[in-house]
Design a protein around this ligand. Sequence first.
Ligand code: 5AD
Ligand code: SF4
Length: 471
Amino acid sequence: MNLPNFIEAKKREKRDYKTVSYEIDESIKGKYAGKKYFLKTYGCQMNEHDSENIEAMLVDLGFSKVDDYLDCDLCILNTCSIRENAHNKAFGMLGRLKHLKNEKKDLIIGLCGCMAQEESVVEEIMRDYKFVNFVFGTHNLDRLPEILDVAVESNKQQIEVLEKESDLVEGIPVLRTNSYKAYVNIIYGCDKFCTYCIVPYTRGSERSRKKEDILKEVRELVNDGYKEVTLLGQNVNAYGKDLYDDYTLGDLLEEIALMNIPRIRFMTSHPWDFTDKMIEVIGKYPNIMPSVHLPVQSGSSRVLKLMGRRYTRESYLELFDKIKKIVPGVSISTDIIVGFPGETEEDFNETLSLCEYCKYDNAFTFIFSERKGTPACKLKDNTTIKEKEERLYKLNEVVNKYFLENNKKLEGSVLKVLVEGNSSKSNMYYGYSETNKLINFTSNKDITIGDIVDVKIVSAKTWSLDGELVE
Ligand code: 5AD
Ligand code: SF4
């Protein structure tokens, strides 16, 4: 049995990661034909993409998908640890599954994702959730078929979580959610160790995929007619640093931009690793979408230092201005935490004034959530939860004002929209613009989902725009 261990996970030694190929024991392929799976995914795009791998491996085993967990023979929770809320949701679901298992004795239950990398969670599952059949972590996703099969055959709880990253596994099958936009991992893990964040422990150290493997995957997506790829990583800007002397995200973006794919996105960017070359490349190629997610977390240099963010308010704003200047029409979104331990009213006001300056196109705002084992837990925190909620409310009022103000400027313009769906009742469609705005629009003719069309913007709302198809 392998258990996670935060102390071990924290030890970062430089080592060369091997790339190995995915393997599955041929004898278990199709073994579970006729059985149904339900997969619940919590958290970020990395988890969503991992779930696309999980689904493909389950299909290889013979499982087919159901949309209601009450109908399944196998339920897997792909979990997230980023805030307490996500953690509680997964445990809430485990409670419901316990009831279901009382009625359905053969129900198989698995847990994976970031929570599986937390030693306290795994201990709790071994102690109080014995009905969970298997647990595997973020470093050994590829082991799912074997772990599941051993759990079923042995009828004993299987826990296989590696505290440290293993080799990079290429060729894990993938069942993509749709046929026009795709996620492509470019780097795993994070070495930034922001003091509030659990990700460097649950996702391990920064490991880039080889550029040849990434380019091959994108080339195949282009050949299959995909319209959009999103290059994924906890910190995509660190791409290549662990592998190459002189090949970075700017170079990778450029090579991908020269392939025939209409839309390229990337996320998430840490301001620290944002190079001039990257900005120049984003500005130069029309198929690299002018949309940058640039988490600021706080507008106070004092708090940024406590957070271990490696930049100041001033250097962030310098980068922000540079991106705005060099990338025409760019939209910039951000993440902000309020109520970090020791954040004063003055610090918070600096966050508000930074938002007044940046006028973000989108912002994800959070109240600080204590994550066991991270350095921020040890900091003194005198702010009450009520004060923190008031700060969040005030912050949301400011950022929402600018979402609407920015959207209003688009009224009357024509935007390119990648169509993602339609409402069954009417002639309404929806999709995303190049700057990642949600557009709802009417059309008098049928449109194929996955097409890129021109839409004239008629009216702006805070979180979306309404328009009509330009024929
Ligand atoms: N508490 C609140 N928000 C957090 N984030 C990361 N860790 C925490 C935490 N402990 C937020 C950051 C990050 C986003 C993905 O989640 O803003 O950018
Ligand atoms: Fe967490 Fe900071 Fe890494 Fe983002 S950059 S995943 S906030 S440690």
